[in-house]
Structures are given as structure tokens and as C-alpha cells.
Design a protein around this ligand. Structure first.
Ligand code: PLP
Length: 442
């Protein structure tokens, strides 16, 4: 670090954002990003950070990946910046490649700009399919506390009732069940048992599941904690879905495109979903998202009835295509799995030093979380997590600050081992300092 933070010269920029932008966009570390390259972020005043955020799980192929930048330059120099849904060669090329490199059951995609649109589109397709099959009601089962995006439809399947009061009503056909945290399974209860208990909950609400449910919409892992669903829960859900004409959908917006060491998170569960919502790492850069599924599902909406002005823009398609080429040719899924093991080992060693403060370490590939608790209790400790993120920022490491009791780690999949270890050293030092300072203050 070359300066104090926030950098005094950066204050006019931070103040303008404070004055002219909705505060809902704020709350991040006071770093003014000037440039980002591969796994590093730079400001204008000589400071450099090792990046464990990938902005927010986007830059899977590294920030300003040269192949992506070159592809974007070619489109710009060629002179086609926007096309709506008029045909372009770059869109055709991207879609062909996307279908080629993703699991076999997906034969079509629908492109959009944001993850929230993609999750809403999955719900729409589930319900259209339910109508086609003559379901009595268009019920979706989803997880309480899951995050599917900020628009109204996405908010209605995710989060909690308290977070939806602004909507003014609940969707009677959304049935949220508590997220089945692995650590909540006790006394021999399996994930399969928990799934059956969730079905009983729904039956208890008067649902005839085969007639009233058209889809299971699962966040592939619960975002705030990077907590995975128990595998046998998912497998039981897949079996039940298949037997009862219910579609299995995963929100892969955060975990897709190599993040967890496989192209998609659902591959860890050994199931074949009917539909997935993707975004973020699909381009490693520009706004792009997609729903993938079988032809018969993706073709349910009529011609022209599922499209968007800015989706499938030539620039985002070029970024998406170059990103896929990069992920496949450099085997970034394999790199994420390998480097993720090193990250997880380091995090486990840190937890072993502070078992009274870190209740859980979760990780798969280049995705991990530490969950903090207050000493001598199981009470969540969001303050300590925030203080550690701030301290790490001062020492040149950017972590995902969740605002809750978790710190998340989502570095570009390109991060090399020496940098990973340097970042983990800084994290360890930051935790040590904050915990020691708290002990002195107590
Ligand atoms: C799992 C998941 N679903 C959906 C979204 C929403 O994506 P977007 O912010 O692109 O609308 C996010 C974003 O963080 C996410 O993590």
C-alpha cells in the first residue's frame, strides 16, 4: 500500500457517488478501481490489491482477460455495437459454442443481460410447462434465504417474507422451505429425510404435489455462506421431480462456468437439471446471462414473446465466446479445483487456530467461506467479519464482504499458487490482529 485509505485524492470521487447515486449501491470498501488485470486490482494512486472477489464472482477468466479484450476490440473496430434480436454471426457462434461446452441435456439457450432476468425466465418456463401439462396450480418450491436477484419475480422466490414487504403480497404458488444446511442434519437425519420432511410441509399446506408443483428452483449453493445442498437431498428431489412431472431448476448464476472446479455446480450433485439460470462468469466481464435447457422447454414461449432490447448484444456475445474458449482451452475448471484445494487447506488451518471464532469453513474450487461466531457462543458475528475485510483491504487484499457473519472468497480461476498463498498469509495476519485487538478491548 502506497497511501492512506481511503486515498485522500479519491475523496471527491467517493463523495460524488455518495451525493448522486442511490445509497443502495454503496457499502463496499472505499477503493476506487482504476484498472484490473487478471487477479489484481489497481487504483490511480499506486495501490495494488490481490483480488478474491472477481468483482462479484464475475471475472472467472481473470480481469481484462486479453482474449476477451481482443474479441471486444474486433467487434468495436468492425462497427456493430447493437442489434437487438436481429441476426448476427457472433451470436450464432456464441450460442453454438455455449451448447457444445455445456452438459448434454441442454440444447438451447435464451440470452439476457442479468442474473435476475435469468432466474425469472426459469420460473416462467417452469410455469408454462406446468400449464402445458395441465397442472392444477403452478407451484414452485424454493429455499428460504436463497438469493435469485433483485427484481420482483426473483425476490418472490428468494429471500424471506420480511424482505418482501415492499411487494405487498406473497405469491400463493411459491412454497419456500428452509435451506437444508448440512450442519442442521443431526441424529442420523439424512438429506433425503430432510427432503421428505419438506414435501410433508407442503402437503401440510394442502398441496397435492404431483398436481400443484411445476418446479423445484434451487440456488445451487446458498450464496451468503457458500453452503452446498446435501447431495442426497438433491438426488431425492431429482427423483421425485422426474416421477411427478416437476422440472428441476438450478440457479447457477454465481457458481457456473468453472467457479467450483466443474463447469456447473449441479455436476457435483450428480443430477441433470431441466433448466439452469446462469450469468456472471459466463462472460467474465460484460452484462450477459442465459437460461439453458432442452429445446421443448426453451421453445415454449411464442416467437417474440421472450426477448429483451439489450440481450445478445454483439459485444457481450463476443465476450462470452472468448470467455468460453479461455475456460476450455486453459482448463480453468481443473485449475479452480486444484487451486481451490490449496485455498481450502489454508482456510481450514486458520479455523483450527480459532475454533472459538470460526464455526464453519466451506469450499469447493475457487469458492469458499469462513463463518464467524462470537466467542463462547453460536451467535453470528458479522462485525468481526467486516473488520477483517477492512483490515485485509488495508494490507492489499480484497475479500467478499457479505455484510453478514461470513467472509467469502471468489478469486479469478487464474490465480497462481504463490499469489494464493500471499493472499492467505495476509488474511491470516488480519484475523490474528483483529482477534488480538478484540481481546485487549474486552
Ligand atoms: C445465485 C444468484 N442468483 C441471481 C443473482 C442475480 O444476478 P444479477 O445481479 O446479475 O441480477 C445473483 C447475484 O449475485 C446470484 O448470486
Amino acid at each position: 500500500m502506497q497511501t492512506a485509505l481511503p486515498v485522500p485524492e479519491s475523496l471527491p470521487i467517493l463523495n460524488d457517488l455518495e451525493q448522486f447515486e442511490s445509497r443502495s449501491m454503496h457499502g463496499q470498501m472505499p477503493v476506487v478501481w482504476d484498472r484490473a488485470e487478471d487477479f489484481q486490482v489497481f487504483d490511480r494512486w499506486g495501490n495494488t490489491w490481490i483480488d478474491y472477489t472477481s468483482t462479484i464472482f464475475v471475472a472467472n477468466a481473470g480481469h481484462a482477460n486479453p482474449r476477451i479484450v481482443k474479441a471486444l476490440r474486433e467487434v468495436i473496430d468492425h462497427g456493430l455495437l447493437h442489434t437487438y434480436s436481429y441476426a448476427t454471426e457472433i451470436r450464432a457462434k456464441f450460442l453454438r459454442r455455449l451448447i457444445e461446452v455445456t452438459p448434454e441435456q441442454f440444447d438451447k439457450a435464451y440470452l439476457m443481460s442479468s442474473g435476475t432476468e435469468a432466474t425469472e425466465a426459469v420460473v416462467k418456463l417452469m410455469r408454462m410447462n406446468g400449464q402445458r401439462r395441465g397442472k392444477r396450480r403452478l407451484g414452485i418450491m424454493s429455499f428460504e434465504g436463497a438469493y435469485h436477484g433483485r427484481t420482483q419475480g426473483a425476490a418472490m422466490i428468494g429471500g424471506t417474507a420480511a424482505g418482501r414487504t415492499w411487494i405487498g403480497f406473497e405469491d400463493p404458488n411459491v412454497h419456500q422451505v428452509p435451506f437444508p444446511y448440512t450442519w442442521s442434519l443431526k441424529n442420523g437425519e439424512t438429506g433425503r429425510d430432510r427432503f421428505n420432511a419438506h414435501l410433508d410441509l407442503l402437503r401440510g399446506k394442502g398441496l397435492d404435489l404431483a398436481k400443484d408443483l411445476c418446479g423445484f428452483m434451487f440456488e445451487a449453493y446458498i450464496g451468503w455462506a457458500a453452503a452446498f445442498i446435501p447431495t442426497d437431498y438433491v438426488q431425492a428431489a431429482a427423483e421425485f421431480a422426474k416421477a411427478n412431472g416437476i422440472l428441476l431448476g438450478f440457479d447457477e448464476v454465481q457458481g457456473g462456468f468453472g467457479r467450483t472446479g466443474k463447469m456447473f455446480v449441479h455436476e457435483h450433485y450428480g443430477v441433470e437439471p431441466d433448466l439452469i439460470a446462469t450469468g456472471k462468469g459466463i462472460s467474465s466481464s460484460l452484462p450477459l446471462s442465459a437460461v439453458l435447457g432442452r429445446k421443448e422447454l426453451l421453445d415454449l414461449p411464442d416467437v417474440g414473446s421472450m426477448s429483451s432490447t439489450h440481450s445478445a448484444n454483439p459485444l457481450v456475445c463476443a465476450a462470452g465466446l472468448a470467455n468460453l474458449d479461455e475456460i476450455v482451452s486453459r482448463d480453468l475448471c481443473g485449475a479452480a479445483a486444484r487451486m481451490g484445494r490449496i485455498m481450502l487447506d489454508r482456510l481450514r488451518a486458520i479455523q483450527a487456530k480459532y475454533p472459538d471464532r470460526i464455526s464453519h469453513v466451506i469450499g469447493e474450487g475457487m469458492l469458499a467461506a469462513l463463518i464467524f461466531k462470537k466467542p463462547g457462543s453460536d451467535e453470528p458475528d458479522g462485525l468481526t467479519a467486516s473488520l477483517i475485510c477492512q483490515r485485509a483491504m488495508h494490507k492489499g487484499v480484497l475479500l467478499v464482504h457479505t455484510g453478514r457473519e461470513s467472509i467469502k472468497f471468489g478469486p479469478p480461476l487464474t490465480m497462481p499458487e504463490d499469489v494464493m498463498n500471499e493472499g492467505m498469509d495476509v488474511l491470516e495476519e488480519s484475523i490474528e490482529e483483529i482477534i488480538a485487538e478484540q481481546a485487549v478491548a474486552a
